[in-house]
Design a protein. Structure first.
Length: 424
């Protein structure tokens, strides 16, 4: 028999719409039963529920209500709370700082810095701390890039000034964006996520991802603002944070959850059957303040990902945000082509039609009604986007500084042959 592990608990803070200071929303506890199963419990505070401006943490699992919410998914962590925690890269940084190979799920939430995605925070005191006012500046990018290189090489940090370097590293722990080294930096216009190229990248990822965001906007999609800056002779991608708005005295924070949370799914292979654009469209229709617009936008992004062979379009690379009480689909982010392999069939990470994940025009059309789009309109969207991408991907990439060599390497990713193949 496995002995019980003492319960872990933390207070959950939230920065309400149009506010600068966080308030305490409730209490989160993780306990482990005698079978070793982690159980998460969350309770909204009575004083929070009595606020006239109180909002729900998410529209799925933690709706605004009295009583105890429970989950055994994701090691006992509710999806919206996990979305506020560090991603793979952030966890790697935190583990180095803590000197431990493995930490508890609550440890990751508590160690993560104040620049986390969304409007939530976590702490051990019932009264939330004052929000962080100082961020790394874009002038610090070269130093941050050097430290990121050290972590990627799994080397030790220089002995001095180690404390300052570790503090810089902790600012890299944002939740959306996977394993790529990153940091949060600030300029006069607001906060940006800086994404660094890696030594093992097949191409200049910073330039290419930026070009794809530009191309997405040319296709009529809503994509995150971005730019590429030169840092010590190396390119760094800056993506504007759409969950923050710079105002006098600080930042307004938007609540944010991933599509993974909206789909009630998990990261692992066992949950992949729930990774679905079709199911996500259904959920958007249920929770979005403008369901027809958001469902149509999601359809366009699905088509775009198929046409650029973005096979890393997993549910963490889609999100919802709430700048006020209402939830909407966030701007698109993490749009990257995949080095082409098959010319006959490519699969997206998420189910997109009757033929599963097949990145194929006929498959995309098969469930267009679920996106509140009639077949004729869906076909028109696909045809127009295919024409735009065929005509514009190369000139867009070159205009945004992608090299001729990298353009040649990724040319086969766009509107590949199998996109128009007929099913048999």
């Amino acid at each position: 028999m496995i002995s019980k592990v003492p319960a872990q608990e933390a207070f959950v803070y939230i920065t309400l719409p149009d506010q600068l200071e966080p308030v305490t929303a409730g209490r989160f506890v993780i306990s482990e039963d005698r079978h070793g199963v982690s159980l998460g419990r969350f309770v909204y505070g009575k004083s929070y529920l009595e606020r006239v401006d109180a909002v729900a943490i998410d529209p799925v699992e933690l709706k605004l209500a009295t009583g105890t919410f429970e989950t055994t998914a994701m090691n006992g962590v509710f999806g919206a709370l996990r979305d506020s925690g560090p991603d793979y890269w952030g966890r790697r940084v935190i583990e180095r700082h803590a000197g431990k190979a493995r930490l508890g799920e609550l440890d990751y939430l508590l160690y993560a810095p104040d620049d986390r995605a969304g409007a939530l925070g976590f702490g051990l005191n019932q009264t939330p701390p004052a929000p962080k006012r100082d961020f790394n500046k874009t002038l610090d990018l070269e130093k941050l890039q050097q430290v990121a290189d050290v972590i990627m090489r799994e080397e030790e940090l220089p002995a001095t000034p180690s404390h300052a370097q570790i503090e810089d590293l902790l600012l890299m722990g944002t939740s959306m964006g996977g394993a790529r080294p990153k940091a949060v930096v600030e300029d006069e216009s607001g906060l940006w996520i800086a994404k660094f190229n890696r030594a093992d990248d097949a191409w200049n990822n910073a330039r290419i991802e930026h070009a794809m965001l530009v191309l997405a906007r040319a296709c009529g999609l809503k994509a995150a603002e971005s730019k590429v800056v030169d840092v010590g002779g190396r390119d760094v991608l800056l993506v504007k944070r759409f969950d923050r708005k710079k105002v006098r005295g600080g930042y307004h924070r938007a609540r944010m959850i991933s599509a993974l949370t909206l789909l009630r799914a998990e990261d692992g292979q066992r949950s992949r059957e729930r990774w679905s654009y079709v199911a996500l469209a259904e959920e958007l229709r249920r929770v979005s303040a403008e369901p027809s617009k958001d469902a149509a936008e999601l359809f366009g992004r699905m088509v775009f990902n198929a046409l650029i062979s973005n096979t890393d379009d997993h549910p963490r690379n889609h999100a919802l945000i709430a700048k006020d009480k209402d939830w909407r689909l966030s701007p698109a982010y993490d749009l990257t082509p995949t080095a082409p392999i098959s010319i006959e069939r490519r699969d997206l990470a998420m189910i997109c039609g009757d033929m599963g994940r097949f990145a194929n025009a006929q498959n995309l059309l098969s469930q267009s009604a679920r996106f509140l789009i009639v077949p004729e309109e869906a076909k028109s969207i696909i045809d127009a986007m295919e024409r735009t991408i065929k005509a514009a991907w190369y000139k867009t990439a070159r205009a945004e500084g992608v090299s001729e060599h990298d353009c040649a390497a990724m040319a086969g990713a766009f509107a590949y042959e199998g996109f128009r193949s007929e099913s048999r």
